[in-house]
Design a protein around this ligand. Structure first.
Ligand code: PBG
Length: 329
């Protein structure tokens, strides 16, 4: 249709399904998926989470079943979060070998039977009574360096419980180096670190805070990143790699695909993205009303996050996605 040359018709590559399949540039795979799993102390039976349809708080028993389901679905990993029965100012239970998260790790590793990776959240917000990701100083501000000590001890207890990967989600400066050194000193040289490097202070964490019954009254603006900043995301990812991160993450995913693409272009380690609770809940709520095709929406989102450069995608839809990807084959 140009005046000078032959017709250029990109639609030729879209003529039928086998052709579209042949030329598809992005091929999400179930092995790249990570399923977040919540475990709550003191539950008698799994409990639904209203703002996260299809996601539940598990007992230690039902956790084992969920991990088996994840292994059978062929996904890459589970990421464990836990809700203790009691919280205190310093998050004591996080470092207790009998604490709910450490017990959950051991249960998940046993249930996984060597078939998938077990990741554990390394952060204090589920364990502190004030709900912040670190301990507080005498003025009530989050004390970065005092928190690093606790993270180091928490990391060793998670590694003792058998976790393969620790997800450092607290956004304290120097956390990767501090945790790496604590692990190495304890002989846990093979425990890997997934750094939540560019983690933004986001409104899209709302349903997650319901899921973990968050005690937070306030915000995390002094430690999580300002949504206005992308260069800073690159700096965070770079520092984490220098400090010894084995993987880096951008979170949330869709509102930050630009940051994800930029981090992926520069990173020397695998890059993960977290399609967070509020992003998931938007699709679920609209699908429930018949306003979106749930399956198509989740698959498109996964494709988009992968296309932007994620090697690993954390998503509450991991089990369904794995089944859909398999069915499409
Ligand atoms: C905090 C943490 C949060 C999420 C993962 N780890 C919430 C927060 O920072 O308040 C959110 C994940 C989601 O929304 O799915 N350790």
């Amino acid at each position: 249709m140009t005046a000078t040359g032959p017709d250029r018709r990109p639609r030729r590559m879209r003529t039928h399904a086998p052709m579209r399949r042949l030329v598809a540039q992005t091929r999400p795979h179930r092995a790249s998926l990570v399923l977040p799993v919540f475990v709550r102390a003191g539950l008698e039976a799994p409990r639904d989470i209203d703002s996260l349809p299809g996601v539940r708080q598990h007992t230690l028993d039902s956790l084992a079943g969920e991990v088996r389901a994840a292994a059978e679905a062929g996904i890459g990993a589970v990421m464990l979060f836990a809700i203790p029965e009691s919280r205190d100012a310093t998050g004591t239970e996080a470092c207790d070998p009998d604490g709910i998260l450490n017990r959950a790790i051991a249960v998940a590793v046993a249930a996984a039977g060597g078939e998938l990776v077990v990741m554990a959240d390394l952060c204090l917000d589920e364990f502190t009574d004030h709900g912040h990701c670190g301990v507080l100083d005498q003025h009530g501000a989050v004390d970065n360096d005092a928190t690093l000590d606790v993270y180091g001890r928490m990391a060793v207890s998670q590694a003792n419980a058998g976790a393969h990967v620790l997800g450092l989600s607290g956004m304290m400066d120097g956390q990767v180096a501090a945790v790496r050194m604590a692990l190495d000193d304890a002989g846990h040289t093979d425990t890997s670190l997934l750094a939540y490097s560019a983690k933004y202070a986001s409104a899209f964490y709302g349903p997650f805070r319901d899921a973990v019954e968050s005690s937070l009254d306030g915000d995390r603006l002094t430690y999580q990143m300002d949504p206005a900043n992308s260069r800073e995301g690159l700096l965070e990812a770079e520092l984490d790699q220098i400090e010894g991160a084995d993987m880096v993450m951008v979170k949330p995913a869709l509102p930050y695909l630009d940051v994800l693409a930029a981090v992926a272009a520069e990173s020397r380690v695998p890059v993960a993205a977290y399609h967070v609770s509020g992003e998931y809940a938007q699709i679920e709520a609209a699908a429930e009303r018949g306003w979106l095709d749930r399956r198509a929406a989740h698959l498109e989102v996964l494709t988009a996050i992968t296309r932007a450069g994620a090697d690993i995608v954390v998503t509450y839809a991991a089990l369904d996605l794995a089944a859909w990807l398999e069915a499409e084959r």
